[in-house]
Design a protein around this ligand. Structure first.
Ligand SMILES: Nc1ncnc2c1ncn2[C@@H]1O[C@H](COP(=O)(O)OP(=O)(O)OP(=O)(O)O)[C@@H](O)[C@H]1O
Ligand SMILES: [Mg+2]
Length: 467
């Protein structure tokens, strides 16, 4: 006769579990009765008792015998997020641990959900809790300034950038040379970082890729200013408007040609010196990046750009270049880099190209990029089908092994399902998720997880105060 089911969870040990599973007599695993129970009649989640034999097995065996009821989870190594809605067990996540165990192929995370569904709260919980494990976090994109209080509570720092504010960053800062990198190699790294930034700024402002002659003009201007101890953006603008004769001759050019070639680039970059971004990136840094802090955020809510995302994008380009110097240090530990409201900066191919490079380097740098968007169609909205921007944005999705889906609007479900390869059950689930509950989708597994917050976190993560 069937008796009440009692499953004892034991430590998950692959060898032990396999041996046990092989050794048990067939009738010890109550497949038939369990299958009947799962068949809907007895209402698995309806609170009725399961009529199966009492037995004991490891979670590895149980999760196969009772799918959804005895989920083995992702292990206990990592940051506690909340409860697995189906199994009731704890859900723990750590991209670096999961990368090592090959559960994911890269540490990057895409987080999507409708307005107010709990995207920021989920990422804040993941990050603040993982600081206890020694991880660090940088938030270079915080257009609402909502990470400032979180950074303060964690003993981190916030840099507030905006017209008239005292903080100024020199995006051409070399940063600290890691002890493992030789001096001449470091010079090359710094040169290429500066060059990449100047190219991004020029292309972003001009709204088109640079011509070959403009690349040459920019190369020579950067080479000229690289002899300064701490070159700044105004130095580059001057070098573009008045090229150095010796450098021009060495490149087989006349200075008059160079002036013509670099004129548009010079005007584009000049915007950071005399235009609407003046005073933020046009001189020596007033603050030093402290890589030992657990959290550094960049509050761009003071930019006053309103609906103008272009200023935000240029700020992100400068700030992330400034951050890169610290991120590339192999001794810096594992770091999260969060792009909250990431959809606002994704319209620009030049910036997307830089983000894609960072995504590709994530494993080498020990970095997990977290991109927060409203819906997956934000990635398609960056450009027409076949455009470079769209290919780059959709490439970012492909490079995010973990996709955390909070509630999606009904008109987004079909697209989400096809991009992520979701099952019908998963689609039905994300259509009805309440606040703070998300589908965590990893390459071969998915979990529905309810974020569990401490009362202190509820206060700290609240973004409804003004409502
Ligand atoms: N698990 C939860 N239970 C109840 N309320 C929650 C939960 N998670 C978040 N909230 C609340 O919902 C509100 C919105 O959360 P949050 O700011 O994280 O959403 P969001 O998706 O980032 O919003 P936006 O699209 O505006 O950026 C916050 O005030 C937060 O306290
Ligand atoms: Mg948010």
């Amino acid at each position: 006769m069937a008796t009440r089911h009692t499953a004892y969870y034991e430590a998950d040990d692959a060898d032990k579990a396999t041996r046990q599973a092989n050794r048990r007599p067939r009738n010890d695993v109550p497949r038939k009765t369990a299958a009947e129970a799962l068949d809907g009649e007895s209402g698995v989640r309806g609170g009725r008792r399961l009529l199966v034999d009492t037995h004991r097995a490891t979670t590895r065996v149980l999760r196969v015998a009772y799918p959804f009821l005895a989920e083995g989870g992702l292990g206990a190594d990592g940051t506690y997020i909340g409860s697995d809605v189906f199994s009731g067990g704890s859900f723990v996540y750590d991209p670096w641990v999961l990368y090592q165990s090959r559960a994911i192929t890269n540490p990057n995370v895409l987080l999507a959900g409708v307005i107010g569904s709990g995207k920021s709260s989920t990422s804040k919980a993941l990050i603040t809790r993982s600081i206890a494990l020694g991880h660090k976090a940088y938030v270079p994109c915080d257009p609402k300034g909502e990470w400032t209080a979180v950074a303060e509570a964690m003993g981190g720092a916030t840099i507030k950038l905006g017209p008239g504010l005292p903080a100024r960053l020199n995006p051409l800062d070399a940063g600290r040379r890691p002890s493992t990198v030789a001096s001449d190699e470091w010079q090359r790294i710094v040169w290429s970082r500066r060059r990449a930034l100047l190219g991004t700024l020029a292309e972003s402002t001009l709204g088109r890729p640079l011509a070959a002659v403009e690349h040459t003009a920019l190369d020579l201007a950067l080479e000229t200013v690289s002899y300064h101890a701490a070159p700044t953006i105004p130095d580059v603008v001057v070098a573009l408007f008045t090229p150095d004769r010796a450098f021009a001759e060495r490149a087989g050019l006349r200075t008059t040609n160079l002036v013509d070639d670099g004129r548009e680039v010079a005007h584009a970059i000049r915007r950071l010196v005399h235009g609407d971004l003046a005073g933020m990136f046009d001189g020596p840094s007033t603050t030093e990046f402290d890589p030992t802090l657990p959290m550094v955020t960049l509050d761009s809510s003071w930019l006053g750009s309103g609906g103008n995302d272009e200023v935000l994008r240029l700020t992100l380009a400068c700030a992330s270049s400034w951050l890169e110097a610290a991120v590339a240090d192999p001794a810096g530990g594992n770091r999260y880099i969060v792009y909250d409201e990431g959809w606002r900066v994704m319209r620009d191919p030049a910036l997307l190209r830089r983000m894609q490079e960072q995504w590709k380097l994530s494993r080498a740098w020990g970095v997990s990029n977290i991109l927060i968007v409203h819906r997956l169609s934000d990635l398609a909205a960056v450009g027409d089908l076949g455009s470079e921007a769209r290919a780059l944005a959709e490439g970012l999705l492909a490079d995010c092994s973990t996709r955390i889906m909070l509630r999606q609007e009904p008109d987004q479900l079909a697209r989400t399902a096809s991009l992520l390869g979701l099952t019908d059950v998963e689609i039905a689930t994300i259509a009805k998720l309440p606040k703070g509950r998300a589908l965590w989708r990893l390459p071969n597994r998915s979990f529905v997880v309810q974020l569990v917050r401490h009362t202190r976190e509820v206060e700290l993560f609240d973004t409804d105060a003004r409502m």
